[in-house]
Design a protein around this ligand. Sequence first.
Ligand code: ASP
Length: 345
Amino acid sequence: MTERRRFLKTSLLAASTLAAGKSLATDETASVARKPPTVRVASTWDFGIAANQAAWAILGRGGHALDALEAGARVPEADLRNHSVGKGGYPDRDGKVTLDASIMDAEGNCGAVAALEHVTHAISVARRVMERTPHVLLVGDGALQFALEQGFEKENLLTPEADRAWHEWLKTAQYKPVVNSEVRDYGASHPAGRPGGKDNHDTIGMLALDAHGKLAGACTTSGMQWKLHGRVGDSPIIGAGLYVDGEVGGATSTGVGEEVIRNAGSFLVVELMRQGRTPTEACREAVMRIVRRKPKTAKEIQVGFLAMNRDGEVGAWALQPGFSYAVCDAKDQRALIPSRSVFAA
Ligand code: ASP
């Protein structure tokens, strides 16, 4: 049968089915119908556990992925003990806390802010950029101006603890990203926590599949501590720190953003999944791309990718050991999985 004849036949069948008041999904397309989505959220690092739980409060009752991710990302943003996301994040070398964030849905809608000062919930500002402006990315003073116009509160994001750490750093003032830096014990009482749980530095990247079968992603960070003022990392760059395509899946990243940007990392992971790789295989290949292009640099830095395909399968890979990701679904809300890595400890 030619394509045209097959098309005509399908169209006629669809028309008669609809005329008979039947749904296409139960008739003509029944044989290709997808199974119900596995509702799930996955996030980078240990602090992803608490973020996932906030997201699950929405996802678990049939809510939308975007709402769930925004709620989840706001948890580490507001946690003053977290020094790599939101308020309490370590500042740049001038003592200024500048935030990067992005959000993206399955249809390619996205919004981001970069080098945003004085507003804790960068993820919510990113969402407003997506939903209330014709733009994708607002930066610096313009991002702050927009946030204030939208009713966000102006705050001092530099906590006394972060200020002390900055003054300590000023004694040597050397910019040297550390692999899985700032290992700190949350303690058993913290929602991220198990006794002896570690808070590695870095971004929270989140991916979710909701009960409507919709994927989305979100990413928020205070970026590399002690960076040059004005430096923007991968997190607010669509295709670098975050990318989602509802036909395929989503990916997000953490670690030294410059290497992720150089390789269009999250876009690469999604495209590799489109070509048939599993989320884990796609993340591994994206990490290997960094290794092949800069073998010496790759040995000294951390980069990790997290991916979820449109069926809700999750995978990750990192340059160095120590990267972990939290996965939350109906079966287990607090899973924390160590990522595999290219290099050994
Ligand atoms: N990717 C972030 C950045 O480069 C930082 C991190 O995840 O550690 O700004």
